[in-house]
Design a protein around this ligand. Structure first.
Ligand SMILES: C[S@@+](CC[C@H](N)C(=O)[O-])C[C@H]1O[C@@H](n2cnc3c(N)ncnc32)[C@H](O)[C@@H]1O
Length: 332
């Protein structure tokens, strides 16, 4: 069994070897003295498991330093870590990360519903997700087309892949009336996003603060392995039985099937001959009455190259410079 009812700061040293984990997803306690969050949430607290362990605010800097140093140690070279944090203690987590060799990839904003209601200031409805990797970066797993192929378009003609990979994520919390839950459960779709972009089947995914075991449940459901720690015995004893009900890979059938990527030449070097063909094709389509956008779309599909690289070729080509020099990214 890979799950331990222990303080992660001691547990990682006892059970996890150096470089043994492919991905860490962790949502540490908030470090808010006299946590009053329950009063702001409109929910039945009788369904929330007792025993959630907080970290006193004055201990938060040292606590963050300790568990993040261990996270760095157990992560394999090229492994990724996502840390979910509110803004109250964010600076301590950033300071702790700065003391490691982990490299920042993105500072993601997760915008959720059911914000913490306040009347005399703005309503807080986002978390920070710090996405870092352990060098060397050339072996980092990032599955660019985990959710959308490069050729998939929104109704407005935008790239679905681009939109999905923006660093502001709008993902609703789950409303689970009548169900037993942890105090701050992460939604399945948020975890699915991090796991599919940053891991492969059979990878080992670790959560230092399991809570409801949400990371582990989704990881196993997606055909990965999972491990982790939860200090609260009450939550641990309940969830350890729940996780046994999850079958490896059972969530894979729910995933949307990503169409085959038509952009088979994306990233390959361009020949002069291909450049000329693209410019001629563009010229011919414009003469036929195509808009610039439709012409670039059509050429992108035909030549198996990205939309923006087609735009660059057209824009950079001297022969077309005068005619098309007004093309700016904004027009598309
Ligand atoms: C924000 S919650 C995690 C919620 C979890 N991501 C989920 O979706 O249910 C933080 C959890 O860390 C646990 N915890 C606090 N200190 C800990 C420690 N030193 N080691 C392990 N778990 C700890 C708390 O009891 C709580 O369940």
């Amino acid at each position: 069994m890979n799950f331990y009812n222990e303080d992660c700061i001691y547990g990682t040293k006892k059970y996890l070897k150096d470089n043994s984990v492919d991905l860490i997803i962790s949502d540490p306690p908030y470090g808010i003295n006299g946590d009053k969050l329950d009063k702001h949430y409109n929910r039945d607290e009788r369904n929330v498991l007792d025993g959630y362990v907080e970290v006193p605010e004055n201990e938060y800097p040292e606590f963050s330093m300790k568990w993040i140093q261990d996270a760095e140690r157990v992560l394999r070279p090229g492994g990724s870590i996502y840390i979910v944090s509110g803004y109250s203690q964010l600076r301590h987590i950033l300071n702790a990360l700065a003391e490691t060799k982990l490299q920042e990839k993105n500072h993601i904003i997760w915008k959720y519903n059911f914000g913490v209601y306040t009347s005399k200031k703005y309503i807080s409805s986002h978390y920070h997700i710090l996405y870092y990797v352990k060098p060397p970066c050339n072996s980092v797993t990032f599955n660019t087309n985990a959710f959308f192929a490069d050729c998939e378009k929104t109704d407005n003609g935008g790239s679905m892949n681009y939109l999905d990979r923006e660093d502001v994520w709008i993902i609703n919390r789950e409303y689970k009336p009548g169900q037993i839950k942890n105090k701050n459960e992460l939604p399945k779709s948020l975890l699915t996003k991090m796991i599919l972009y940053s891991s492969n089947p059979n990878d080992m995914i670790c959560d230092f603060f399991l809570g409801s075991f949400s990371t582990a449940k989704v990881a196993i459901g997606l055909g990965r392995h999972a491990c982790g720690f939860e200090i609260n015995k009450n939550a641990f004893d309940y969830q350890i039985k729940e996780i046994e009900k999850i079958k490896s890979g059972e969530l894979l059938a729910e995933l949307r099937k990503v169409p085959e990527n038509k952009l088979i030449n994306k990233g390959k070097p361009l020949t002069q001959e291909e450049t000329t063909q693209i410019v001629l094709e563009f010229d011919s389509l414009i003469r036929k009455g195509y808009s610039k956008k439709l012409a670039c779309d059509s050429i992108s599909n035909k030549f198996g190259r990205g939309y923006w690289s087609i735009l660059n070729i057209i824009g950079n080509n001297n022969q077309n410079k005068n005619t098309y020099e007004t093309i700016s990214l904004g027009n598309f």
